[in-house]
Design a protein around this ligand. Sequence first.
Ligand code: GDP
Ligand code: MN
Length: 422
Amino acid sequence: MVRALLKRLVSNTLTVAGKPQHHQLRRLNIHEYQGSELMSKYGVNVPRGVAVSSVEEIKKAIQEVFPKENELVVKSQILAGGRGLGTFKNGLKGGVHIVKADEAEQIAGKMLGQILVTKQTGSQGKVVSKVYICEKLSLINEMYFAITLDRKTAGPIIIACSKGGTSIEDLAEKYPDMIIKVPIDVFQGITDEDAAKVVDGLALKAADKNAAIDQVKKLYKLFCSCDCTLLEINPLAETSDSQLVAADAKLNFDDNAAYRQKEIFALRDPTQEDPREVTAAKADLNYIGLDGEIGCMVNGAGLAMATMDIIKLHGGTPANFLDVGGNASESQVVEAFKILTSDEKVKAILVNIFGGIMRCDIIASGIVNAAKQVSLKVPVVVRLEGTNVDQGKRILKESGLALVTAEDLDDAAEKAVKAAAS
Ligand code: GDP
Ligand code: MN
């Protein structure tokens, strides 16, 4: 968990004009049907498909788009992978179904509005608001293809594997040698040799090699032109008529490019995001939702990580990572506190502030104001240290709020874990 968090936090602290800017790394993720359309615009072969958000739309969509198809693929649209092997909370197995055309309506009805749980969604799952109905291709070979950014070569890298369709994580573990990586010189762009190396790694069974090279180059063009951070196609497939087709699409985009990718960023779907994170993003807070029972409000990413570790050490689990930053306003503290108190899983809140630039009295006022606006149903443990600490403690004391004060980090974590358990 900590490693995943670190990955998301690395390069969070940017320096702009000598001023440190705390900004949470957020990446835009779009739905498969949107990614597929984008790929098609760049000349990549994709299955024909139509996205619908209600059962009523399906009949008409099928009549218009697939009047002659016998079979169709009905695919749940959620912003997470592993749908094929996922399970709906209503019991339906599989978020991707191949069905007879006249059964598409029925299966879509069991998906729409329902919660799909996959390996990547966490136990809470994600709601399916749209299904993507695609032509059923006869796939004779499923491969893996991705382009992402590589730290080591500081540039784009193409990853390919002759086996795909299933979980690439398992494949990478079992057959690491089957996965080939081709770094691309970002200044030179992709060469025919680069693309040929990728195609060799895919080990095509039937498709034309030169056509495949052309597809790889088009995918690379899309990756660069659209400021992608990830373009993953699993499976990239060969059909019985020897065509290479991108049968799935997972595309992520660099937030820093939002200003020049307005059309793509308009596709953002906040209904698929953690609602706590959506609220936090609006308040410009560095917040990442987790599954535990202790809500944390901390200043500084390092102290926040340390606080989470020490909660674990004392037998608890953090409900979130939250760095209120060095220059948070009182209203941001109020927002942060509201997010923590609205989280039903949170059984205790731990405030751990080392007041440096962030002053203890601001945090204290924020807590008191937030407590006035939301009813405090769970115990709050506070550890304040640093700038204006006495003022901060006085504000808390005079507020009449029932707070547990702590002396140091250890003491605070111990008290929070105990409070959450009682
Ligand atoms: P994911 O599980 O979220 O990655 O969803 P995918 O879009 O990859 O779909 C899951 C699986 O359904 C794929 O790996 C394919 O094996 C299968 N699949 C998807 N589209 C087709 C198709 O047109 N024909 C066939 N035969 N299988 C398909
Ligand atoms: Mn897939």
